[in-house]
Structure formats: structure tokens, C-alpha cells
Design a binder for this molecule. Structure first.
Ligand code: VGL
Ligand code: ZN
Length: 207
């Protein structure tokens, strides 16, 4: 069985949010259409406590975009975003969620960031997503959402390493692009790691 993984389509990653991804809102109608083609859909949600170690605000004298060592892992510092229970952490109001089987929350441990929907950045914490998919007979995953160069990328790389046949739906993602080409480089990296890269129209018209 194939599953659609919808990564972090949350208000803080949409223009107007605290960690706005340029054109992040444009993936919403695309992902809504894609959902018609899948019977097994799972969402992920960046879900940080206010004291999360990835927030620049929690490190005196440090600024957004600077790097720190967070418990042995190099960590870029972000603005406060997707705090548990806030509007910014909610899914985009137009995103359809009625068919979703489950939501996996990540980034809940203040000591380590978690870009991937599967594992923490130090690979210690496991959200349970891999086991859940396997228990439900899922062998193939299609990944979309935000952001191409962080949570989508690391979810795709972990999906491959967990043995799933993995497809990136490239036009159903947008990148943070701290450097201009981060999104493109991320797509290249996912492709080189073994992900198939497709466009939404291929799925809508040929599956
Ligand atoms: C994300 C940065 C920090 C993402 C989450 O969803 O791509 N990026 N936290
Ligand atoms: Zn985050």
C-alpha cells in the first residue's frame, strides 16, 4: 500500500507566520487535490515546547540563523515557531484533514530538534511513524509539505533508510532557502539518496 505523508503544513510556516516559507500557502490547494488519490494519509506536526533548544530566544546573545551545539548536534537557531497549543502550530485552515489516519508530532523534546517525521536529529527519539506505517502494510510513501530543505528532506531520507519506496512530490513542497539554492540542492540530495521525484500532475493524471 502507498501512503501520502503531509509534512508540517502549519500556520507558522505560511506567509504571516513566525518562520514563514515563501509561497508556503501555495502547497495547500495542491495537497488537497493530491489527497483524492490516496487512501492512506498521515500528517506530521512540528510541536515544540516554549523552552525548545532550537529557538534563538532561549539562548542569550544568540540570533536567528546562528549555529550552536545542542547536546552534541549542530543546531541552527530558529525564531520561536509551532509552539504546542498555539495558532501557529495549527494546520493551515484550508488544509483538508478529514481523511487522515493519524498525526505524528515531533520536536517535543526541548533538548534536540526533529526535522524528520520519523526520528529526532540525533536519531534517539522515534515518533513511531515507521512502525505505524509498516503495521498498516504501507511499503511506499509519497512526501509533500513544508519545508523542502528541512522537514521534507529529512523525512524523505529517513523513509528511504527505513526501507520505504519513496517519492518526493516536488511541486507540493516549498523551501526555507536560507541560501538561494537550498531547496534545489535538497531535491538533488533526496534524488541521489534514492527518492523518485515527480510532479503532482503525474499523480493526478496517471495513477
Ligand atoms: C521546520 C525548521 C524548523 C520544517 C521545522 O518543518 O521544515 N523547519 N522546524
Ligand atoms: Zn521546528
Amino acid at each position: 500500500m502507498k501512503a501520502l505523508l503531509i509534512i508540517d503544513v502549519q500556520n507558522d510556516f505560511i506567509p504571516g507566520g513566525t518562520l514563514a516559507v515563501k509561497e508556503g500557502d501555495q502547497v495547500v490547494p495542491i495537497i488537497n487535490e493530491l489527497q483524492q488519490k490516496f487512501d492512506f494519509i498521515v500528517g506530521t506536526q512540528d510541536w515544540h515546547p516554549l523552552n525548545h533548544g532550537s529557538f534563538a530566544a532561549n539562548h542569550p546573545k544568540k540570533k536567528v540563523g546562528e549555529f550552536i551545539d545542542l547536546n552534541g548536534v549542530q543546531q541552527i537557531l530558529w525564531p520561536v515557531h509551532c509552539v504546542q497549543g498555539t495558532k501557529g502550530a495549527e494546520f493551515h485552515p484550508d488544509l483538508k484533514t478529514d481523511k487522515w489516519k493519524a498525526v505524528f508530532q515531533k520536536g517535543t523534546n526541548p533538548m534536540v530538534d526533529s526535522y524528520s517525521g520519523f526520528f529526532d536529529n540525533n536519531r534517539m527519539g522515534d515518533t513511531g511513524l515507521s512502525t505505524y506505517l509498516k503495521e498498516n502494510g504501507v511499503r511506499e510513501v509519497y512526501v509533500c509539505g513544508l519545508a523542502t530543505d528541512y522537514c521534507v528532506k529529512f523525512t524523505v531520507l529517513d523513509a528511504i533508510s527505513e526501507g520505504f519506496k519513496t517519492t518526493l512530490i516536488a511541486d507540493a513542497t516549498r523551501a526555507v532557502n536560507i541560501q538561494d539554492n537550498d531547496g534545489l540542492n535538497a531535491v538533488k540530495e533526496m534524488s541521489e539518496a534514492g527518492a523518485k521525484v515527480v510532479l503532482t500532475e503525474e499523480i493526478l493524471y496517471f495513477s
